[in-house]
Design a protein around this ligand. Structure first.
Ligand code: IMP
Length: 198
């Protein structure tokens, strides 16, 4: 089976994405590919960051002789209406450089205190690079920011995000349900469809 590098070491993302690409391509993490170092993420759009991360990996690793046929990277942002779309592309560093998921949630709950408009969306952009050519796949899920944490599953902002048409947060859902409806799940579904058609 073809192998591709997914530009992440986040084990939650690896699990989500490996399950969805099961039987189509085998996913290798950065660590499994022997790649280390800080990947630059300095663009001011999700598309720009996904391209920057995917290109960084591609330039260092893609060698068709070893059956690695491409690589891809994702970038995700949580866009909150009442915060004029923030934190968006800066979602990982919302509470400051090297902050934890918990720090980000605390900051979000603080900024959203008393706000009646709690509409938000997660958006993921995936950049796939094969033969040096980038292609983009986007996924989005709309929902609301909760007023407190609910659930223990998942990662990041999952405990305070409730997707539309559900009465539970992402952190209260089994992974397969989250994968079906999430921003990343929808972007990966488009990637899967593209890879299947090839
Ligand atoms: P990244 O671009 O995928 O690194 O994500 C940026 C920020 O969004 C990080 O703080 C992540 O924790 C958060 N994030 C990304 N995907 C998800 C998700 O599926 N659920 C909750 N938070 C997420």
């Amino acid at each position: 089976m073809k192998k591709m590098i997914f530009a992440t070491n986040n084990k939650h993302k690896l699990q989500e994405v490996s399950e969805m690409l099961n039987g189509i391509v085998q996913i290798k993490s950065l660590e499994e590919s022997g790649l280390s170092g800080e990947i630059p993420e300095t663009a001011d759009t999700l598309e720009g960051n996904a391209l920057q991360k995917a290109m960084w990996v591609y330039e260092r690793s893609v060698d068709c002789k070893s059956n690695i046929c491409g690589c891809f990277a994702d970038d995700t942002g949580l866009e909150v209406e009442a915060l004029d779309g923030r934190p968006g592309v800066y979602s990982a560093r919302y509470a400051g450089e090297h902050c934890s998921f918990d720090d980000n949630i605390n900051k979000m709950l603080g900024e959203m205190e008393g706000k009646t408009n709690r509409r938000a969306c997660f958006r993921t952009v995936i950049c796939l690079i094969e033969d040096g050519k980038p292609q983009f796949f986007e996924g989005r899920v709309d929902g609301e920011i909760l007023t407190e944490r609910h659930g223990k599953e998942g990662f990041g902002y999952d405990p305070i995000f409730m997707p539309d048409r559900f009465a539970v947060s992402f952190a209260e859902m089994p992974l397969e349900v989250k994968n079906r409806i999430s921003h990343r799940g929808r972007a990966i579904a488009k990637l899967v469809e593209y890879l299947r058609m090839k």
